[in-house]
Design a binder for this molecule. Structure first.
Ligand code: ZN
Length: 307
């Protein structure tokens, strides 16, 4: 059996909020066994806690937001992906603003933070959500699906009508029995089209967005001077988003996720559809054979190569 994990020490970081453009202070703290991941808005007169669970999902436009009693924490998915990818079950996430800082638009800075804080093994057994029956949701030609699988696998396909997507691979399947989140997924940045930026800013969205935290595409191609971190960075980022959203099940997943042109909205609808059908899933103790090598790693091994 594998045991639950939390952070060994608290750790703090500062960054820009993607939507507000303001400075946000983020602190990750250890939490007791069976707490799950819990967000806390510490800037309010009385702090509000919001568990990282799908029943608290609010808006899913551009990012995934959690909302409780009118209080929001937005852009939770990249941090959740890092926590899921490194097998951290329990942590308090304190923020002094309504969003998690965007950092460089990927999960790599959060992986680095978790690695720097250290990981503490806890007494309780780690639990997983095991998929027992296939669940599928659709929106026009877009769809997302969860199927029974012995380990954890993500299969995703993008389809944008733009030359940059015709020349790069837009379809990718990653089986986490063979490889690691840190290596294959963590460094993939969020992306967007230059033509959409003005529209978003009129809606007071993406005010903190820049070439430092997103891959931006104009009519010709990628405008970031440094280019892409992976040839297929776009689809890898969508996989990162899906892993973060799926962690709102409250546990790691034993199953296979596939998506076609899927995003936050469909990912969350898929979780709701699954939870509404109790015969389709069960909570099981986590064994070595069903999690990625990363979650089995010796805690002393470096989890992220230098970026
Ligand atoms: Zn994202």
């Amino acid at each position: 059996m594998i045991h639950q994990r939390t952070l060994r020490n608290p750790i703090r970081a500062r960054g820009i909020g993607l939507h507000s453009g303001r400075q946000v202070c983020l602190t990750l703290r250890p939490a007791p066994p069976n707490s799950g991941i819990v967000f806390r808005r510490v800037d309010l007169p009385s702090p509000v806690t919001i568990p990282a669970r799908s029943d608290y999902v609010g808006k899913t436009l551009l990012s995934t937001s959690l909302t409780k009693n009118g209080v929001t924490v937005a852009t939770v998915e990249h941090l959740l992906a890092a926590l899921a990818g490194l097998g951290v079950d329990n942590a308090y996430v304190d923020v002094d603003a309504p969003e998690i800082p965007i950092m460089d638009g990927s999960a790599a800075p959060f992986v680095f933070l978790i690695q720097s804080a250290g990981v503490q093994i806890q007494k309780a057994t780690k639990q997983m959500v095991r998929i027992r029956q296939t669940i599928r949701v659709k929106d026009g030609d877009k769809w997302a699906c969860l199927e029974p699988y012995h380990g954890f696998k993500v299969d995703l396909t993008l389809d944008f009508d733009h030359p940059v997507f015709n020349t790069k691979s837009c379809s990718l399947s990653i089986d986490f029995a063979d490889t690691s989140f840190s290596r294959e997924v963590a460094r993939a940045r969020t992306f967007g089209f230059l033509r959409d930026v003005e529209q978003l800013r009129k809606q007071q969205l993406a005010l903190g967005g820049s070439l430092k935290n997103s891959v931006v595409i104009d009519d010709q191609g990628v405008i970031n001077e440094e280019g892409l971190r992976y040839p297929d960075e776009f689809v890898r980022h969508k996989i990162l988003d899906a892993i973060g959203d799926l962690y709102l099940l409250g546990h790691g997943l034993q199953g296979a996720f596939s998506g076609y042109k899927s995003g936050h909205g469909l990912n969350i609808r898929l979780i709701h559809a699954l939870l509404q059908q109790p015969q389709s899933w069960e909570i099981v103790p986590c064994t070595h054979s069903t999690v990625s090598p990363e979650v089995n790693l010796s805690l002393e091994e470096p989890l992220l190569q230098a970026c």
